[in-house]
Design a binder for this molecule. Structure first.
Ligand SMILES: C[S@@+](CC[C@H](N)C(=O)[O-])C[C@H]1O[C@@H](n2cnc3c(N)ncnc32)[C@H](O)[C@@H]1O
Length: 251
């Protein structure tokens, strides 16, 4: 049996609550919307999880539910390679896939992190990175999760990429994925707070929800090298203006 955590939130809070759960290092979040305007978020903090591990930013009701192991892992059977562009694929590491000629294939095992490459915000970030990376540039991936963006940047030609994440699981997962994709010597990863990070980077990418982007805005600009590029994703359309005003003035 596996211990699942079920958090019940108003539909409008679903994204905020999901982000909080990703920050706790969960492997997946399933949203089940009911007819009364509430969303149940189903996830797992591990079989040993206790109430002390359920650190949520708001007093949303939650409960633990015991479910059959086979049911908890069924999503893996249905995972498929994701075509991000006509010549760029993110493939679940356990899914057999013959690399087509001329196609870049990133192989990702998400473990206990976000970043299978199938989320629209990840796909958009990968497309932007591919256009902005130039040979020899340095990249910072804030909220790296599985490391898919940092690893992609290095495969696209970056000199090196640093990934940081508040979720400790991101460190071993990104390290293993960097190795599997042949860029281990160019990807560094840690749980260092952005506020404590020194130096600047030619390209900074952050695929995190708007409230976190706003909170991090001053440091995102601080670590951006003069003339560098900032790629931000994960923002709901209605929060777009708030994020841009927190980051203003952008050059
Ligand atoms: C949506 S996931 C993005 C994962 C991956 N970069 C991608 O694009 O698929 C957001 C990640 O940001 C992390 N995160 C949230 N707030 C953060 C913060 N203040 N500093 C660093 N990481 C943060 C979460 O733990 C999560 O792994």
């Amino acid at each position: 049996m596996t211990r699942q955590l079920v958090v019940t939130v108003p539909v409008v809070d679903a994204e905020l609550a999901s982000d909080a759960l990703w920050g706790l290092g969960v492997v997946a979040v399933e949203e089940r919307v009911d007819v009364d305007g509430e969303t149940e978020l189903w996830t797992s903090l591990g079989d040993e999880a206790t109430a002390a591990d359920v650190r949520l930013p708001q007093p949303w009701p939650w409960r633990f539910v015991e479910v059959d192991d086979a049911v908890a892992e069924t999503w893996r059977q249905f995972a498929q390679p994701v075509w991000v562009e006509a010549d760029l694929v993110v493939c679940p590491a356990w899914v057999p896939f013959d690399d087509p000629a001329g196609v870049v294939v990133l192989r990702i095992e998400p473990g206990a992190t976000f970043g299978m490459g199938d989320h629209p915000t990840t796909m958009l970030s990968l497309r932007a990175l591919r256009r902005l990376v130039h040979t020899g540039c340095t990249v910072l991936d804030v909220g790296c999760g599985s490391g898919v963006l940092a690893i992609g940047a290095c495969v696209f030609g970056a000199q090196g990429a640093v990934g940081i994440d508040i979720a400790p699981a991101a460190v071993p997962v990104t390290t293993a994925n960097a190795l599997a994709n042949g860029v281990a010597s160019r990807v560094g990863v840690s749980t260092t707070d952005l506020a404590d990070l020194d130096g600047t980077y030619d390209l900074v990418v952050a695929n995190i929800l708007a409230p976190a982007l706003i909170a991090l805005s001053a440091d995102l600009l601080r670590v951006l090298a003069p003339g560098g590029s900032l790629v931000i994703s994960g923002i709901l359309a209605e929060a777009h203006a708030h994020v841009l005003s927190a980051l203003a003035p952008l050059r």
